[in-house]
Design a protein around this ligand. Structure first.
Ligand SMILES: [Zn+2]
Length: 80
């Protein structure tokens, strides 16, 4: 593999987080995340966001939870 895989990982991140990819693609991206801090940070942000949205749909997310999530996202992004 000459390509670092970032492009593929980022292009398919959303499907990856929603478990909409075939097993081969999931394996490729999981493998890439292990060696790429940038993409794994992005996946983590996506995962936190997704959980926050799911929680917000099930119950009303308290305002402090929302700001806590936003804080975490900012932390992850600024650590790039
Ligand atoms: Zn990457």
């Amino acid at each position: 593999m000459t390509d670092c895989g970032c492009e593929k990982a980022k292009a398919e991140l959303e499907e990856y987080l929603h478990n909409e990819l075939c097993r081969e693609d999931v394996a490729d991206i999981t493998e890439h995340m292990k060696s790429c801090d940038d993409c794994s940070a992005e996946a983590e942000v996506g995962r936190v966001l997704m959980q926050a949205i799911q929680r917000a749909c099930q119950e009303k997310a308290p305002a402090d939870l929302r700001s806590h999530v936003l804080e975490r996202i900012r932390e992850v992004q600024s650590s790039h």
